[in-house]
Design a protein around this ligand. Structure first.
Ligand code: THU
Length: 139
């Protein structure tokens, strides 16, 4: 997809990462989700002493956007790495977050994984979750 504000999305994800609450894993993640109306929703991971209650950065961003009435999305940027260290790798979305994307995003939703505004990779959603489960069969 052309004309995505990729650098702005990555910078927003990097800024959101500063709010990560990750006292258990020390792995801090930030995400920035672009709505089709141009609004950017950010999110960070929010951990919990009951580990399973942890929320990933991507889901935080999606839940923030959906709770404001947005249902149509173009792209998400994700940044992650260990606290106090330079980001050394691309942080790819976990399976649960991919399933959330499946609920709200089409095949050409763009997933941008970034180490910095200059160093990133971009994948269409269909490439990172082929043959996903959706609600078509549920009534
Ligand atoms: N995490 C995310 O925020 N996004 C992902 O897609 C993968 C994992 C968070 C959850 C947890 O706080 C930490 O990274 C380590 O798993």
């Amino acid at each position: 997809m052309d004309n995505l504000p990729i650098k702005e999305l990555i910078q927003t994800a990097l800024d959101a990462r500063k709010n990560a609450y990750a006292p258990y894993s020390h792995y801090q993640v930030g995400a920035a989700l672009l709505s089709s109306d141009g609004t950017i929703y950010s999110g960070c991971n929010i951990e919990n002493a009951s580990y399973g209650a942890t929320n990933c950065a991507e889901r935080t961003a999606f839940f923030s956007a959906v709770s404001e009435g947005k249902r149509d999305f173009l792209a998400i940027a994700i940044t992650g790495g260990l606290e106090g260290e330079e980001i050394s790798d691309y942080a790819v979305p976990c399976g649960i977050c991919r399933q959330i994307m499946q609920e709200f995003c089409g095949d050409d939703f763009q997933v941008i994984v970034a180490k910095s505004t200059e160093d990133f990779r971009q994948y269409p959603f269909s490439e990172i979750l082929p043959f996903g489960f959706d609600g078509d069969k549920i009534r």
